[in-house]
Ligand binder design. Structure first.
Ligand code: AHR
Length: 626
C-alpha cells in the first residue's frame, strides 16, 4: 500500500478521544477499585438485599447477631453486629473474622483501620491480619477500649505487617476478652495505602493500570447502575457524600448492595488523580425496567440535578456550595460534561425522552450552566438540543465493528457523539458475518485479540472523525474474577494485584490512546480500506502519528508511507501489537497471568524517496510516529 500523508487539511481532534466508563458492576467498585478491604463493613441492607452477616464468621466461642440497637450508629447505618460469648463459661478471646473481598492483599506497609463499638467493655481489642490457611499472623495490634456505655465510640488504628504474606488468602480479625458482656460493632474498615494516599481512596495497582491507558475522561456513575432496576432505586448523589456513617448504601442494579463509599466526591477525586475530565451522568426519569415518570413527577428530579450541580459547581455562598465546603472542598469541582440518563433509547423510553424528559433537563441545566455540554443518552443525533452531544453504545461482533469503520464519515457535524460504551462481546458467527450479538448465548469470558483488532479498526474510524467524536470508552472497565455479572471486561482482577489481567483490548487502547495528535491530516492511497485501516494526524509540524489495524488479511501487508515535509533519512518509531492468533486472549490460568499480546517497537528511517517502509502481519495494530 502506497500512502501519502498531507501536513494540513484535516480536522481538529477532540482532546478527549480516549476515556473510561465506570459503574459498580462485577464488584468493580465495592470489592474492586474502591480500596476498602472489609466486605460488608457496615451491614448495609435494603428490602432487596437484606442486611446480612455474610461473609463474617465468629472467632472463639462467640455468637454473632445482627441488631438494630435502640441507639444506632447513625440513621444511615442502623444495623450492627452483636458479638457475645456463646455461653457464660466461655473464656479467652471472642470476636469476628472477615475474609475481605475474596482475600486480602497483605504486604509490609501500613493499613489504616477503624471500627465503631457500642458496649461497656473495658479491656483491649485486638486486630489482626492473618493467613486463612495456616492462621499465621502477619500483623497484630492491641487497642485500648474507649467504650462508654450507651454510646458508639470510634476506634482508629494502624496495622503494619512486618512481612508480605505469600498470597492473598488472608483474613482480618477483631477480637476482645470474653466475660465482660457483649459488644456491638459497626463500620469496621481497613484500607491499604491508596493511590496518591487519598483518604477513602482507590486501589493503587488498579489506578496505575488505568493511568497506563492515558484516559481523558471518566463517565460515571453508570450505566445501568445509575438507573436502578425494577427495585426503583436510582443512584442518589446526596446519599453518597459526607462521612461514611451518613451513607446508607443502595441496592445496586447488578445484584448486590452498594456501600456508596465510592461516592460523588470520590469520583471527582479519582478524576483529579488521573487528570481526567469528569463526565457526570444523572438520572433521567426512567428506571431500567422501563418505568417512566410523568413530566410533573419528573420536575423534582430535574431540580435535584440542579442541586447536585450547585453542590459541585456553586459558590460557597449557595446552600449546596456551602455543603461542599463543609465537607472540605471549598473550591468548586471542574465539570464540562453532563449526560442525561443512560440508554434512554431502550426499554420503550425513547418517546418520553424526546418529548419531555430530555427537554426538561436540557432547559433547566443550560439556563443555569450554559457552558456545560449536555449529552443525551440515546445515541440518536436528532434527539439532542443545540450545542450538545449524544452517547452511542455498541456491543457487537468483530466483523460488524469492522463493517462500521466509515459510520461517522458523513454524519452531520452539528452535534458531537460520545461513544460511551463499546466492546466486542462475542466472536463472529460463521456464515453470518454481520449477525448481531445473541444476548441469550454466552459472551466471551476474555476479550480476544481479533476482537481487540476490530475495536481498533472501529476506534481508528472514530479518530478519523475526531471533529464529531467527543471520545470513546470501552465498557465494562473492570471485573472481579470472584464475582461478576458481565464479561468480557477491560481489566480483570482479584484481591491479589499479581493476578490482574490486562486484556487484549486494554493493550490495543493503551497503544492508541498514548499516541495522540492535535488534528487529522488527509491520506491519499492507491488502495481501499481493508484489510488495512488507517488514520494519520499531526501535532507540531513534522510530528506525525500514523495508526493502522490489519483485520482479515491473507498475507502480510506492505506499507510505503511518505509524509509531507519529511525527507530521506527522517526518523520514525513503529510500535506493533500482535498476538499468536485472533482467538488468543490474555487470561488468568491457575492464578498465573498469561499475557499473549506482544508489543515490539522498531526504529525506522525514511528511504531515499522519503518514505517509511514496513510490513504488518494479519491482526496487527500499529502506530508509526515521526
Ligand atoms: O456495560 C454494561 C451495561 O451495558 C451498562 O450498564 C449499560 O449501559 C449497557 O447496557
Amino acid at each position: 500500500i502506497n500512502l501519502t500523508v498531507a501536513s494540513t487539511g484535516g480536522n481538529v481532534t477532540s482532546e478527549y478521544m480516549y476515556g473510561l466508563m465506570f459503574e459498580d458492576i462485577n464488584h468493580s467498585g465495592d470489592g474492586g477499585i474502591y480500596a476498602e478491604l472489609i466486605q460488608n463493613r457496615a451491614f448495609q441492607g435494603s428490602t432487596e438485599f437484606p442486611s446480612t452477616l455474610s461473609p463474617w464468621s465468629a472467632i472463639g466461642n462467640a455468637t454473632l447477631r445482627l441488631q438494630n440497637t435502640s441507639v444506632p450508629l447513625s440513621s444511615a447505618l442502623p444495623t450492627s453486629v452483636n458479638v457475645a460469648a456463646a455461653s457464660e463459661k466461655t473464656k479467652g478471646k471472642i470476636g469476628l473474622l472477615n475474609p475481605g473481598w475474596w482475600g486480602i492483599d497483605v504486604k509490609a506497609r501500613p493499613y489504616t483501620g477503624s471500627f465503631w463499638a457500642l458496649g461497656s467493655y473495658a479491656g483491649t481489642f485486638t486486630v489482626k491480619l492473618q493467613s486463612a490457611i495456616t492462621n499465621q499472623v502477619f500483623a497484630s495490634l492491641d487497642i485500648t477500649s474507649g467504650c462508654q456505655a450507651g454510646m458508639w465510640v470510634e476506634h482508629k488504628f494502624t496495622l503494619e505487617p512486618k512481612m508480605d504474606a505469600p498470597n492473598s488468602n488472608n483474613t482480618f480479625v477483631l477480637e476482645f476478652d470474653a466475660g465482660q458482656g457483649s459488644v456491638n460493632f459497626n463500620l469496621i474498615s481497613l484500607f491499604p495505602p491508596t493511590y496518591k494516599n487519598s483518604p477513602n481512596g482507590n486501589r493503587q495497582d488498579l489506578m496505575s493500570a488505568l493511568k497506563g491507558l492515558n484516559p481523558s475522561f471518566l463517565r460515571m456513575p453508570g450505566g445501568n447502575n445509575l438507573e436502578g432496576d425494577s427495585y426503583h432505586y436510582r443512584w442518589v448523589w446526596n446519599e453518597t457524600i459526607g462521612p461514611l456513617t451518613s451513607r446508607p448504601g443502595r441496592p445496586g442494579t447488578w445484584g448486590y448492595e452498594n456501600t456508596d463509599g465510592l461516592g460523588l466526591i470520590e469520583y471527582f477525586n479519582w478524576c483529579a488523580d488521573l487528570e481526567m475530565e469528569p463526565l457526570l451522568a444523572v438520572w433521567s426519569g426512567m428506571y431500567l425496567g422501563g418505568d417512566v415518570l410523568s413530566a410533573s413527577a419528573l420536575a423534582p428530579y430535574v431540580n435535584d440535578t440542579l442541586n447536585e450541580l450547585e453542590f459541585l459547581l456553586g459558590p460557597t455562598t449557595t446552600p449546596y456550595g456551602s455543603l461542599r465546603a463543609s465537607l472540605g472542598y471549598p473550591t468548586p469541582f471542574p465539570l464540562k460534561f453532563i449526560e442525561i440518563g443512560n440508554e434512554d433509547n431502550l426499554s420503550g423510553g425513547a418517546t418520553s425522552y424526546a418529548s419531555y424528559r430530555f427537554t426538561m433537563f436540557y432547559e433547566a441545566i443550560s439556563a443555569a450552566y450554559p457552558s456545560l455540554t449536555i449529552i443525551s443518552s440515546t445515541g440518536d443525533l436528532t434527539a439532542v438540543g443545540p450545542d450538545s452531544a449524544t452517547d452511542f453504545h455498541i456491543y457487537t461482533l468483530p466483523d460488524y465493528f469492522v463493517s462500521q469503520f466509515g459510520k461517522w464519515d458523513n454524519v452531520p457535524r452539528t452535534h458531537k457523539v460520545l461513544i460511551g460504551e463499546y466492546a466486542n462481546v462475542q466472536y463472529n458467527v460463521l456464515d453470518q458475518p454481520l449477525a448481531g450479538v445473541n444476548w441469550s448465548a454466552p459472551k466471551l469470558m476474555w476479550p480476544v485479540w481479533a476482537g481487540a483488532v476490530s475495536e481498533s479498526v472501529w476506534s481508528i474510524g472514530a479518530e478519523r472523525n475526531g471533529d464529531v467524536i467527543l471520545g470513546q470508552s470501552y465498557a465494562p472497565g473492570f471485573m472481579n474474577l470472584n464475582s461478576f455479572e458481565w464479561s468480557p471486561d477491560l481489566i480483570s482482577f482479584t484481591a491479589d494485584p499479581a493476578q490482574t489481567v490486562l486484556s487484549t483490548s486494554y493493550y490495543a487502547i493503551q497503544l492508541l490512546s498514548n499516541a495522540r495528535y492535535n488534528a487529522t491530516v488527509p491520506v491519499s492511497s492507491d488502495a481501499d480500506f481493508g484489510p488495512a485501516y488507517w488514520v494519520a494526524g499531526v501535532s507540531d509540524p513534522g510530528q506525525y502519528t500514523f495508526k493502522t489495524a490489519i483485520y482479515n488479511s491473507t498475507s502480510a501487508v506492505p506499507f510505503n508511507i511518505a509524509f509531507d515535509g519529511l525527507a530521506a533519512g527522517a526518523k520514525g518509531t513503529l510500535t506493533v501489537l500482535t498476538a499468536p492468533d485472533g482467538l488468543s486472549s490474555n487470561t488468568l490460568v491457575n492464578g498465573t497471568v498469561v499475557d499473549v499480546v506482544k508489543k515490539i517497537a522498531t526504529a525506522l528511517t525514511a528511504n531515499e524517496e522519503g518514505a517509511f517502509e514496513f510490513e504488518l502481519e494479519n491482526y496487527s495494530v500499529a502506530v508509526l510516529t515521526t
